[in-house]
Design a protein around this ligand. Structure first.
Ligand SMILES: *Cc1c(COP(=O)(O)O)cnc(C)c1O
Length: 350
């Protein structure tokens, strides 16, 4: 048996964590007998039904292998090669997808915009969309927002409504990167519909991986017209799983009894516990309002190195001196307390 590289749980990423028990149970239940392939199986049908139930609407649902594919293919379903896509300058599509959105759209231009706490605001979007409307610039076509954001913050429903009404007035489609959609819903305590279709979102990348699913994120079209031929687009992009049931069955396990929200709420609570334990230290500054499952801090690189020397793993994000402590569905209060103790000791110089 191969030993895990980390003898204890870390704060590196929510995708360091394993598969949660509910997703694992779903997977195991699908692993018997023969079934139709390429998504024509009862588990995939049930996962789609459960996603519609959670979102309380009749949407089109597709499963792809990861978030990069979900975002890129979703954007490609309504962006031409000559179009422009507005996003926040810290957005995953801009910073962490290796040009995949540009590739799958055939060349659409991502246009990064500033915004406090990693959120876009309507005025900035409007100004950017109207700055160039001539033939020599790309055609403003879409805006993509991240919920929860890359800085661990969350858009409130009214913020999303304000953005989408501006976007739609400007003729833009709205995509939501929901790699941590569950954490956002848990944080807001709202119904999923309030921050998606009811708030004007056209298509959602619904992330499962970071919340305990082994592999496979969902692309959810609220505007069904935009889903036209998405099945071909996914296949063409190498994103149609032949043994689809092993991607969709974990979703069934996760959604049928609300585990997806419980795990997300737990991860959020662990981040809140960590924040409470380390905020107020003179050597540490919490850099963004903590609203989901991550605590972002600024600290001297030497401090970060001391923590690493004590065996902790976490990421530097958005450039020095910003670091991210990420909690997962399986982070325990004891993990948080042990880490926080070391943070406090290191910050006090002992
Ligand atoms: C993790 C993440 C994704 C998806 O990344 P993949 O590695 O492609 O699964 C997308 N958006 C955000 C904001 C993320 O944090």
């Amino acid at each position: 048996m191969i030993a895990t590289p980390y003898p204890r749980r870390q704060f590196g990423s929510d995708n360091f964590a394993g598969i949660c028990p509910e997703a694992w149970a779903g997977l195991a239940e699908a692993n018997h007998g023969h079934s139709e392939s390429y998504g024509n199986d009862p588990w995939t049908a049930d996962a789609c039904r459960l996603i519609r139930e959670v979102l309380e609407t009749d949407c089109e649902v597709f499963f792809v292998f990861n978030g990069t594919a979900a975002n890129s293919l979703a954007l490609a379903s309504f962006c031409h090669s000559y179009d422009g896509i507005f996003c926040h300058q810290l957005a995953h599509v801009e910073k962490d997808e290796c040009g995949a959105p540009e590739f799958f759209t055939g060349g659409a231009k991502l246009i990064p915009l500033p915004g406090a706490n990693a959120k876009l605001d309507p005025a900035t979007l409007e100004q950017a969309a109207q700055a160039r409307t001539d033939i020599h610039f790309c055609k403003a076509r879409a805006v993509t927002i991240t919920q929860g954001t890359e800085a661990g913050t969350v858009y409130r429903p009214e913020e999303i409504r304000a953005l989408t009404s501006t976007a739609h007035r400007l003729g833009l489609r709205v995509h939501m990167d929901g790699a941590r959609f569950a954490n956002a819903v848990a944080s807001l305590g709202c119904r999923p519909r309030e921050i998606t279709w009811e708030a004007g979102v056209d298509v959602l990348s619904f992330g499962g991986t970071k919340n305990g699913i082994p592999v496979g994120d969902a692309v959810v079209f609220f505007n069904k017209e935009l889903a036209r031929e998405f099945d071909y687009r996914a296949k063409h992009g190498g994103q149609l799983a032949s043994k689809m049931r092993f991607m969709s069955a974990p979703w069934v396990g996760m959604l049928r009894d609300g585990a997806w929200l419980r795990h997300a709420a737990h991860a959020n609570a662990m981040a809140q516990r960590l924040e409470a334990a380390i905020s107020g230290l003179p050597a540490i500054r919490v850099s963004y309002p903590r609203q989901a499952n991550a605590v972002f801090v600024q600290m001297a690189p030497a401090l970060a190195q001391s923590l690493e020397a004590r065996g902790w793993t976490f990421y530097q994000m958005h450039g020095e001196p910003d670091y991210r402590f990420m909690c997962a569905w399986d982070t325990t209060p004891e993990d948080v307390d042990a880490f926080a103790k070391d943070v406090r000791e290191v910050a006090a110089g002992s």
